[in-house]
Design a binder for this molecule. Structure first.
Ligand code: HEC
Length: 251
């Protein structure tokens, strides 16, 4: 009786094993592949021919480089590695394989693979993108450096823009770092000229109407262009939000 049971169990095991193979069969036949767009500079650096085969080896997912690839390395998406000061991002339109590639790039193994790429003995890429992550995801346009200059010149009369004008600002105006903590800071900066007290003394070139004759600007007016507003917004995006846990006097 016992033996019979054993034989039966063995038969069942074989039966299931066979079926398991049949079931897995079509999945193997279906190719795991996705297409990737990578700028020439990245391809020419050699990093792609270093990374892609190693990822494929681990996961069985093949990546083809294509101009119209659905996934891409570029300026948008998730920061994945750094080349000097530039941070490369990875974006994709969904899909398990592209998602797996992103996870792999951010994993320890992926990071080590990126940093192991050292033609002529020198590592060209670093996987350390931690400090960039917060700022980069905002995808700001505009020139943050110009933004700092304009902010100090035009807004620094009232607002603390950064440490350099801390002493010249008016205490009743909120600091830029404080306003940076508002969830909708970006919208507020882009429309500041509509928000009080600014309309009374602010002109946006080719956007706002001239001050009414009977209500001239009570103080030396501010005049900014749309590009300068974008630059200010880019600059504000690059500064650290005030630590609201700290005493107000230090903000
Ligand atoms: C003459 C002083 C003065 C100048 C110059 C000034 N601001 Fe302000 N700003 C204020 C005051 C005061 C407030 C606070 C208003 C309030 O709390 O109602 C404010 C508030 C703001 C707010 C928040 C508005 C809101 O309602 O959420 C933004 C954004 C802002 N300023 C941006 C700027 C920018 C950008 C510049 C320069 C281009 C600038 N300000 C120049 C006085 C000034």
């Amino acid at each position: 009786m016992r033996k019979q049971l054993k034989v039966w169990a063995y038969a069942m095991l074989r039966y299931f094993t066979v079926w398991a193979f049949v079931a897995v069969g079509p999945a193997i036949a279906q190719e795991k592949v996705f297409s990737l767009r990578a700028p020439d500079v990245l391809v020419e650096s050699g990093l792609m021919s270093h990374l892609l085969p190693r990822f494929s080896l681990k996961t069985g997912v093949r990546i083809t480089l294509a101009e119209d690839g659905l996934a891409a390395f570029g300026a948008e998406g998730t920061p994945v590695f750094r080349q000097g000061d530039a941070v490369w991002h990875f974006s994709h339109a969904g899909g398990d394989y592209a998602e797996a590639f992103q996870d792999w790039l951010l994993s320890d193994v992926g990071k080590r693979t990126i940093e192991a790429f050292a033609p002529e003995g020198r590592a060209l890429f670093s996987a350390d993108v931690a400090t960039e992550a917060v700022v980069q995801t905002l995808a700001l346009s505009g020139d943050a450096i110009l933004g700092e200059t304009v902010s100090l010149k035009q807004c620094g009369r009232c607002h603390v823009v950064n440490d350099t004008n801390r002493m010249n600002a008016i205490g009743s105006s909120p600091s830029f770092a404080l306003m940076r903590t508002f969830p909708d800071w970006q919208e507020r900066f882009e429309t500041f000229f509509l928000l009080n007290p600014h309309p009374a003394f602010t002109q946006v070139i080719e956007v706002t109407d001239p001050f009414p004759i009977d209500r001239p600007s009570p103080i030396a007016p501010i005049e900014v262009s749309w590009e300068e507003i974008e630059a200010i917004t880019a600059y504000v995006g690059s500064i650290a939000p005030a630590d609201l846990g700290a005493p107000l006097a230090t903000q």
